[in-house]
Ligand binder design. Sequence first.
Ligand code: NAD
Ligand code: UDP
Length: 337
Amino acid sequence: MRVLVTGGAGYIGSHTVLALLRAGHEVHVLDDFSNASPEALARVGAMTNGRIGLTRGDVRKDSALDAAMEGFGPEAVIHFAGKKAVGESESAPLLYYDINVGGTVALLAAMDRHGCGGIVFSSSATVYGSPDYLPLDEDHPTRPANPYGRTKLMSEGIIADWAGATDGASAISLRYFNPVGADVSARIGEDPIGVPDNLMPFIAQVAIGRRKELAIFGADWPTRDGTGERDYIHVSDLAEAHVAALAHVAGRTGYDVCNVGTGTGSTVLEMVAAFEAATGVAIPYRLTDRRPGDVKSYVASVDKARDLLGWESRRDLPDMCGSTWAWQQANPNGFRD
Ligand code: NAD
Ligand code: UDP
């Protein structure tokens, strides 16, 4: 298929472009490089001998969307472009509504203009808010606790309404759990600017010596060792879930939502131990207070992904930790090297 990938130069986007090219799809990327480097796409191109069309532009702008769609004629879109930092969404909510919600509306309107009826949307498990029960299935109530999560839930609703009102339209929102790791080549990976918010890139920067120690946010959670539990999923598995979602979208009409996780939770201390075991590098850490807004546990029910998409995660914690470390070692300063 001809697939337009918004935000395709980013962390999850670049891994997905790689998986799409390997699955034989044609890819055009729309990205403004506000949180990514063109180098990521150059490396994906080199790894695949694939031609990746590129429009540098803002997903909110009709001119950029038209430039990306004219000529290429996408049969489906995967929509990654947007902002993702929970804390920043609390201090700059309008920016988040503008880019994440406004960008989704502009994209759907452009799809209408260009006769494209299929979309796979990057949503987040954060739409569930504090869990009533675990594992989280897709019927769990949605009550996101911050503006970022609300932009994702609103975008899901807008896409559902659009799919309901548009003949032949087909859409799916994928609710990602915690993507980590890097392609096995160590050529692409997560490259956060500044101090990482997320656990795995922080551990990797401690390991490489860029940070002194990991602060573990809370040792008094009611989990098996007192630290927070999450469902970490290898980014290459997540990328492959998009290839499966694309096939799903191509084969039917209507709208659906689907979790993308592994179904297994790991605590912060278990992640530290897994990283140390996979790499042989000790991670000094300090136990600190809980981070505001954190929850005890987040683990996905993965039944729907298996039944609907025929997709299951394949890679384990040693793969996640080992690939993170290989990427970090080969690129100590990310794509700036
Ligand atoms: P990322 O920041 O690496 O990728 C986002 C990409 O979008 C970047 O390449 C950035 O340059 C681009 N972009 C941002 N604003 C844009 C705009 N206005 N116009 C065009 N391009 C723009 O983030 P990621 O981790 O790859 O996340 C991709 C998507 O997945 C996001 O929508 C994010 O909310 C969602 N998501 C991420 C996670 C996670 O933990 N990484 C979890 C759940 C959901
Ligand atoms: N965490 C931590 N130290 C850090 C970053 C994260 O202890 O420097 C913990 C955090 O409290 C949570 C887990 O690691 O229990 C995953 O956090 P992350 O920010 O990566 O994902 P999210 O909380 O958004 O699921």
